[in-house]
Ligand binder design. Structure first.
Ligand SMILES: NC(=O)C1=CN([C@@H]2O[C@H](COP(=O)(O)OP(=O)(O)OC[C@H]3O[C@@H](n4cnc5c(N)ncnc54)[C@H](O)[C@@H]3O)[C@@H](O)[C@H]2O)C=CC1
Ligand SMILES: O=C(CO)COP(=O)(O)O
Length: 319
C-alpha cells in the first residue's frame, strides 16, 4: 500500500521516514517544486531534518493530484489545514489523518472537525501524542494515539501506521484526542514562561497540574472522555512538551519569561490555539485562568509579575 504525507515539515518528514523504513511506500508532498526537487536530489529534508537520509520507499512530489493515495496524513500547521483541504481535488472515500495539534482560530474547531467539514465523504482521523519529529526520524521508540470514530476503520489504520518503533493505541474519542494535543501546547507555553522567568520547578509542576485540570474541564464540556485526556494524547504529551526545550511551544514560553524575541517563522501551534480556546471558553462559561494568562502574555497585555499575582490571588478553592 502507499501512504501519502502532505506537508514536508519536520513532523511529516519524520512520519514518512518511519513508515518507509518499515517497508511502506510513501509519497511525500511539499507545496513548492523547488523543495520537492531538492529533497529528491539530496534524499533528505535539509531544512527540517538534515541528518536523516530518506529510505528508497519515499518518493517526493509537489503535484497534489498525483500525491493523493487512499490514506493521507496531513502534517501541516493547524491554521493552514482548511486552506490545504480546500485546494485538494476530490477527497471522497479517502482516509484523512490529521497530524497537527491545535484549534482553528476563526471557527474554534479542532482538526478532525475541520476535516469533516471540508471533506464530509472522507474518513477523518487524528494521530497525536508525545513525539518529537527528531525522535521518530532517529527510530527511537514512540507511542501515539490514533483516534477514528469508526472502530473498524481505526483498526485498519492502526495496522497500516504501526512500525517497529511506532506503537499506536486506538480510540474512537476524536474529540478528546484532538483537544489533548491542542490544549497541552498552551500549558507548555505557560510552563516555559515560568522556567524562563526563574519561577522554579515547583511553579512548573503546579502549572502542569492545574493546566491539566483546565484541559479536562474544557474537553469534558465538549464531550471528550476523561480517559483520553489521561492517556498519550493528553497527559503524555503534556508531560513531554512542558519539560523539554526540544518543544517549540515551551521555547516560546522561555523567551516570554526571559523577555527575549522569538523567531516568528517557527511553527508554534499553542499561540493561535490559546486565543481560540479562550474565545470558546468564554462562550461556554468555563474558567481557564492559565489560558487567559498565556493570551495576556502573548498579547503583551500583562507583565509576568501581574500574571503571577492574578493566578495566586484567585479565590481559594477545593482541588
Ligand atoms: N515537529 C514535531 O516534533 C511535531 C509536530 N507536530 C505537529 O505537526 C504539525 C506540523 O508541524 P511541523 O511539521 O513540526 O512544522 P514545520 O514548521 O516543520 O512544517 C510545517 C510544514 O507545513 C507546510 N505548510 C505551511 N503552510 C502550508 C499550506 N498552506 N499548505 C501546504 N503546506 C503548508 C510548510 O511548508 C512546512 O513544510 C503541527 O501541528 C505540529 O503541532 C506533532 C508532533 C510532533
Ligand atoms: O507536539 C509535539 C510533541 O509531541 C511537538 O511540540 P512542539 O510543537 O512544541 O515542538
Amino acid at each position: 500500500m502507499t501512504i501519502s504525507v502532505l506537508g514536508a515539515g519536520a513532523f511529516g518528514t519524520a512520519l514518512a521516514i518511519s513508515l518507509a523504513r518499515a517497508g511502506t511506500s510513501v509519497t511525500l508532498w511539499t507545496r513548492t517544486p523547488e523543495h520537492a526537487a531538492a529533497m529528491q536530489s539530496e534524499r533528505r529534508n535539509t531544512s527540517r531534518l538534515p541528518g536523516v537520509e530518506f529510505p528508497k520507499e519515499i518518493s517526493v512530489t509537489s503535484d497534489l493530484e498525483t500525491a493523493l493515495s487512499d490514506t493521507i496524513l496531513l502534517a501541516i500547521p493547524m491554521q493552514q489545514l482548511r486552506k490545504m483541504l480546500e485546494s485538494a481535488p476530490n477527497l471522497d472515500g479517502k482516509t484523512l489523518v490529521a497530524c497537527c495539534k491545535g484549534v482553528e482560530l476563526k471557527t474554534e474547531l479542532g482538526p478532525v472537525a475541520v476535516i469533516s467539514a471540508c471533506a464530509p465523504n472522507a474518513t477523518a482521523a487524528i494521530l497525536t501524542g508525545p513525539s518529537f519529529a527528531t525522535d521518530i526520524a532517529k527510530g527511537l521508540p514512540t507511542a501515539l494515539t490514533l483516534a477514528v470514530q469508526d472502530e473498524a476503520a481505526g483498526k485498519r489504520l492502526q495496522q497500516s501506521l504501526t512500525t517497529p518503533n511506532l506503537r499506536i493505541y486506538r480510540t474512537t474519542d476524536t474529540i478528546g484526542a484532538e483537544l489533548g494535543g491542542a490544549l497541552k501546547n498552551v500549558i507548555a507555553i505557560a510552563c516555559g514562561t515560568a522556567i524562563g522567568a526563574g519561577l522554579g520547578e515547583s511553579a512548573r509542576a503546579a502549572l502542569m497540574t492545574r493546566g491539566y485540570a483546565e484541559m479536562q474541564r474544557m474537553a469534558q464540556s465538549l464531550g471528550a472522555q476523561p480517559e483520553t485526556l489521561a492517556g498519550l494524547a493528553g497527559f503524555g504529551d503534556l508531560a513531554l512538551t512542558c519539560t523539554s526545550d526540544q518543544s517549540r511551544n515551551y521555547r516560546l514560553g522561555l523567551s516570554l519569561g526571559q523577555g527575549d524575541v522569538f523567531d516568528p517563522s517557527i511553527t508554534v501551534e499553542g499561540a493561535a490555539t490559546a486565543r481560540a480556546v479562550q474565545k470558546r471558553a468564554e462562550t461556554m462559561n468555563i474558567e481557564m485562568p492559565i489560558t487567559d494568562a498565556v493570551v495576556a502574555l502573548l498579547d503583551q497585555n500583562m507583565k509576568i509579575a501581574d500574571v503571577i499575582e492574578m493566578l495566586l490571588s484567585r479565590p481559594p478553592k477545593e482541588e
